[in-house]
Design a protein around this ligand. Structure first.
Ligand code: ADP
Ligand code: MG
Length: 340
């Protein structure tokens, strides 16, 4: 069989580069919500409002009361690899913000109709940037930022077809906010869908926020975890056997405030619960691993949902010991029988 005729190497157009990159970070409305809430938190927001239309497929509007973006930096905010968060490799290695890749806004803009309305404290009024036309116009709003994302994947119908029903997309988007809300009880969150308030979490203590997000039963049926081990601290609440669930839907693990899905952490938790949970019961937990940022690499996955620990054995045993010790202290009888 003849080889296909070779075509010359060409640089891809900028727009297509962004659309390809967007494939890695923007899978569905929930991915947009996660990135935009990350940005609001990095901007020091105390209140974040998420408004969705059609599960986020038609519109995602996120409003914050953070620092805002100066008008002259608005065009840069939507450029690829443009960020205010790091300037050097050294800063990347010690990064403490949620973002640092300077990719999200560019990626989202390339697969939607996006606009940013933002105002800093020293600006006389807000400015609105239309991402597609690049047009800047004076606008009205208080200090902070609103980002509007409309018609997600309108220009990439193949991707749009992968979206599920509006109610499924809404559930994923809500879950994305829930993950942030558990980590940041000092920030108020509200989620609106088509003009109706669907969730509201007011600023609260850590324990109160867990009760608000996961239900009061989770707090009464769990115990506080707090273990320090060298450069690391494991904090949070571990569910007792009676808090266990048929589905693994109350399992929240964070590394330096960032929600992660980490095999090592998941395995440590599974072994901690091995003796107290039988069958297919899934433990419930909210665990925060705080660790010297130079000992964890957060730059291994475009969405930063995976991390790499330098001393993975130490992390594994700290998580396991932290949870085992509170389970042992409560008697640890299987499936909650005899536990009061
Ligand atoms: P990153 O978060 O990795 O820096 P993004 O593409 O998400 O990249 O955002 C680009 C830049 O736009 C950020 O570095 C920040 O300076 C600015 N920005 C984005 N969202 C907000 C916001 N809600 N409030 C203030 N500044 C923001
Ligand atoms: Mg970001």
């Amino acid at each position: 069989q003849a080889a296909p005729a070779r075509r010359p190497i060409r640089e891809l157009p900028d727009e297509l580069v962004s659309q390809i990159a967007a494939g890695e970070v923007v899978e569905r409305p929930a991915s947009v919500v996660r990135e935009l809430v990350d940005n609001a938190l990095d901007a020091g927001a105390r209140q974040i409002t998420v408004k969705l239309v059609a599960g986020g497929i038609r519109a995602i509007i996120i409003e914050d009361d953070g620092s805002g973006i100066p008008a002259d930096e608005l065009p840069l905010a939507i450029k690829r690899h443009a960020t205010s968060k790091i300037r050097s490799l050294a800063e990347l290695e010690g990064v403490s913000t949620m973002g640092f890749r300077g990719e999200a806004l560019a990626a989202i803009a390339s697969v939607s109709e996006m606009a940013i309305i933002s105002r800093t404290a020293d600006a006389p009024h807000a400015q609105r940037l239309d991402a597609r036309s690049g047009e800047l116009q004076p606008a009205a709003r208080a200090v902070g930022t609103s980002i509007e994302v409309r018609e997600l994947f309108f220009s990439t119908p193949a991707r749009r077809k992968f979206l599920k029903s509006e109610s499924t997309e809404l559930a994923h988007a809500t879950e994305a906010v829930r993950r942030h809300a558990l980590a940041r009880p000092d920030v108020g969150f509200a989620i609106w869908h088509e003009g109706k308030l669907v969730e509201q979490w007011r600023r609260a203590t850590h324990e109160q926020r867990m009760a608000d997000v996961l239900g009061a039963d989770f707090v009464t049926e769990s115990r506080a975890v707090d273990l320090a081990a060298g450069p690391m601290r494991v904090l949070g609440r571990a569910g007792l056997p009676e808090a266990s669930r048929a589905r693994a839907d109350h399992q929240y693990a964070y590394v330096n405030g960032r929600y992660v899905r980490d095999k090592l952490v998941a395995h440590a938790l599974r072994s901690a619960y091995e003796d107290v949970l039988h069958g297919q019961r899934q433990p419930a937990y909210v665990l925060f691993i705080d660790i010297d940022p130079t000992r964890v690499d957060v730059n291994v996955h475009p969405t930063k949902i995976e991390v790499r620990f330098r001393e993975s054995g130490e992390v594994y045993s700290a998580v396991r010991r932290a949870v085992e010790s509170v389970l042992a202290a409560t008697g640890g009888s299987p499936m909650g029988r005899g536990v009061t």
